[in-house]
Design a protein. Sequence first.
Length: 390
Amino acid sequence: MREDFLLLNPGPVPVTREVREAMGERMVSHRSAEFEAVYERAQDQLDYVFTRSTLDESSTATGGTSLILNGTASMGMEAAVANTVDADGEVVAVVNGKFGRRFKRIAERYASVTPVEFDWGDPVDVDAVEAAVTDDTDVVTIVHNETSTGLLNPVPEVGEIADAHDATYVVDGVTSIGGDVFKVDDWNVDIAVTDSQKALAAPPGVSALFVTGDAEAAIDGDRAPFYEDLDWHLRKAESHQTPFTSAVPLFRGLAVAVEDIREEGMAARIERHREQATAFREAFHAMGLDSFPDRNEESEYSNTVTAIALPESIRGDDSTAFFDAVEDRGVSISGGQAHLGGEIFRVSNMGHLSSEQVIRGIRTVGEAFEEVGVDADTEAALETARDVLR
Ligand SMILES: Cc1ncc(COP(=O)(O)O)c(C=O)c1O
């Protein structure tokens, strides 16, 4: 792999040398005091990330516990749902992309599900959610930042609906938490889920959950799969332990990554992510391309993942040459997932990206378009991005 390889996929994102070094340290037992200290450091900083992701870092939660689970975000999503519904329980799942659909599919294993579905990339119509949630609804699931389409969903508005019906509100903040504003109590979130390898910029393999006091009351670990019994995880977490053998190197890497976030400060980090996403988006628009997702009053373009419609002349199988041309330049970006393959491309600005790397990503995409015969104004794009980036 080239020395200057640039990973712009929406996760896993690049990790720092310090994170890599932490993972390579001498092994310790997951029952040792050393491990407890690692988990405690990670929990402290995760508490900060989960509850102070605002532009003034004011606290957004009155209480709650940060947990780390072996297994990626899908494990965290499943744990959140499986602990809060019975087989005769009712879940309303909001779906407008691949990860909303994943939440729905997970919930279908544990309860009866009413999906509120929109085409991938279309905004959520809050009135449709309102019509679906009733006093019989036990859980409402939603994805905050829909990675598959680059759309920021109306978590606050849907949270009001969940709250009005006393439903547990389970939010996937996988590509927003650590990179964008996230408010626990204001948005009525009961359980928030994120992944290590996205905006937290840690290695893949573990997920992090924030479980509020209200959610704790709704949790019944006996009905969840044994490995995902959140009652048990919460009990053990009080002494910075986990029920099972933890992925020690991954916990270590995560602890360092979240300490880096604390050092940067969430306010500065959110501003940086917003600026870089704006630079990507406006640069691609200046190239003559269009954003993929549609917005309504309650939705916004993502501040961490930019999804752009491919020019018509290279859609479908013809897009392969474009992605190859990007890769030949030592940059990795993503295409669309499932039926969006060949329709869009996606770049991430999660983690520690520098302005120079954003510029390189834009230049590379522009050069790749030119190579496959798309008339893209790369110079206009670069000028636009430089104007946005400080
Ligand atoms: C929004 C969102 N939710 C959930 C997931 C699932 O994560 P994993 O495949 O790591 O379990 C992803 C992964 O990209 C995601 O972007």
